[in-house]
Ligand binder design. Structure first.
Ligand SMILES: Cc1cc2nc3c(=O)[nH]c(=O)nc-3n(C[C@H](O)[C@H](O)[C@H](O)COP(=O)(O)OP(=O)(O)OC[C@H]3O[C@@H](n4cnc5c(N)ncnc54)[C@H](O)[C@@H]3O)c2cc1C
Length: 464
């Protein structure tokens, strides 16, 4: 891109979640002007939708260093680093204050509906790199605007696109028609209306990641108080040692505890596991309840409710006029995908990566945060913070810093199969595993294979 023609323009950041706001903080630190466009009414709109869920990461791992520097002079009360916030705490005590200090650089009620090169659709080569990006925005009041940008950092997450119940990745037959009894979110059982929906009822939970664990544990807690509450845990794969995550081998104890809580739900009889069940159809029984039907013809006894937690997906629809390089399977940037493929890695570790792995044929556009992982399930906020530090440095022209990517992530304690949130593509429960090759802190961008900075201890799965 012709820098002189566009350098007066802002870097547009899509989404005021943890990654987008951290990107803005790093850009400010670099002397670049960010403009954060957030579709929701407030910063952290997606995180607020799971306000009731407690993070498995402590505060020390979910705040960004550049953001903290911006917040420090405002009298921001830094939370206890060892405590575990809920999504609501994260939004109220960190994301909102950060958005406040960024001020007019954050616009809420501003949905990005398209991004292109000004005057150039996807197929036009002529003078393409010299053109600024044209970001199309629709505001909550219906007003539309086109904003020119020197670069675009898409931190819009994956929250808006939960996966369906169908084992083939498409809605099961009858799934849409049964919408009144299906939820795609972890239920907040402290909410009286939601509690009444599941109390004394039989609920199928489809999925095998952290969200499914959380839902099963919540329903088990409800079952202890409300007779007749029962969960049916529907899994595509079989129950193996890794089904419940890494347990005590997980380097994030609260993450390991989620799987153990789900295991307790099964062991205590509050949840029955149905394995090898590939949901093909959801039929409505005469009494209105739902019957799950598998591809092999199996039919489950009717349930009152279904909770589908089969993973989250990135929305690339508004990037259709850009030349993105995305991996076929994961829908993550091609250079990043092999580092996070759940068929290979489930320890939760990932090679350090930054602007180079996040770049696309279209220069100046980056997918960061949860969205950068596409359908891979092991994203952690820490990863996003290091990504945006590197991207901001690259945009500022400081390639030395941009290439010096350093990251150590806590291992899940699971080797193979799905790891964290919601079930990814793999379902076997076994794989070559995360252990080969061992995750390391390396300096990227170095000419050869790299001075080792440090190497995290191998946790439960990888052994040593
Ligand atoms: C239930 C749950 C628990 C998690 N727990 C942890 C944990 O303990 N530790 C951890 O490290 N990670 C955790 N994660 C993973 C991850 O860190 C979080 O999901 C984090 O919120 C990702 O941040 P993000 O900024 O990439 O995306 P998001 O938080 O999803 O933010 C994206 C923002 O973009 C906005 N947006 C979307 N589309 C548009 C658009 N077209 N235009 C404008 N704005 C748009 C959304 O409204 C949203 O505010 C968890 C995730 C979930 C779902």
């Amino acid at each position: 891109m012709n820098a002189t023609a566009t350098e007066h323009l802002p870097v547009v950041v899509v989404g005021a979640g943890p990654a987008g706001l951290a990107a803005a903080a790093h850009l400010v630190e670099r002397g670049l002007e960010p403009l954060v466009l957030e579709a929701g009414a407030r910063a952290g709109a997606a995180v607020r939708e799971w306000a009731h869920v407690r993070l498995f990461s402590p505060w020390s791992e979910v705040t960004d260093p550049a953001a903290e520097k911006l917040l420090a002079p405002t009298g921001w009360a830094k939370p206890d680093p060892a405590a575990y916030p809920t999504g609501g705490d994260w939004a109220d005590r960190y994301l909102q204050p950060l958005a406040d200090v960024l001020g007019a650089r954050v616009r809420t009620g501003a949905r990005v509906t398209g991004v292109s090169r000004a005057g150039r659709d996807r197929i036009v080569d002529a003078d393409r790199e010299a053109q600024p990006f044209a970001v199309h925005v629709t505001y909550a009041d219906g007003r539309e605007e086109r904003i020119l940008a020197r670069a675009v950092v898409d931190a819009s997450g994956t929250w808006a696109l939960p996966g369906p119940a169908g084992a083939d990745g498409l809605p099961a037959l009858g799934e849409r028609a049964a919408a009144d009894r299906i939820s795609y979110r972890v239920p907040d059982l402290t909410d009286p209306t939601t509690r009444a929906r599941y109390a004394g009822r039989r609920t199928a939970v489809i999925g095998s990641g952290a969200s499914a664990f959380t839902a099963l544990a919540s329903l088990a807690a409800l079952a202890r108080e409300e007779a007749g509450t029962k969960a049916l845990w529907v899994l595509r794969r079989g129950l193996t040692g890794s089904t419940f995550g890494g347990g005590s081998a997980d380097q994030l104890p609260a993450r390991g505890a989620l799987g153990l809580a789900a295991k307790a739900a099964v062991d205590d009889g509050h949840a029955d596991a149905v394995t090898g069940f590939r949901t093909q159809a959801i039929e409505r029984a005469a009494d209105g309840r739902l019957v799950l039907v598998a591809e092999d013809g199996r039919r489950l006894d009717p349930v009152d409710e279904v909770i589908v937690l089969t993973g989250l997906r990135p929305d690339h629809s508004f990037l259709g006029e850009l030349r993105l390089g995305l991996d076929d399977r994961l829908q993550a940037p091609v250079e990043l995908a092999p580092l996070i493929d759940p068929n290979q890695h489930s320890c939760g570790t990932v090679y350090p990566h930054g602007h180079r792995e996040l770049s696309h044929p279209e220069q100046g556009v980056y997918l960061v945060g949860m969205k950068s992982y596409g359908r891979a399930p092991t994203f952690l906020a820490l990863t996003g913070y290091e990504q945006v530090r590197s991207v901001a440095a690259a945009l500022a022209g400081d390639l030395d810093s941009a290439d010096r990517v350093e990251l150590t992530l806590p291992e899940t304690g699971v080797c193979g199969g799905s790891g964290l949130y919601d079930a990814p593509a793999t379902e076997s429960g076994d794989s070559a595993g995360c252990c080969a090759p061992a995750p390391r802190l390396v300096q990227l961008g170095a000419p050869t294979a790299l001075p080792l900075v440090t190497e995290p201890s191998t946790g439960g799965c990888c052994g040593s």
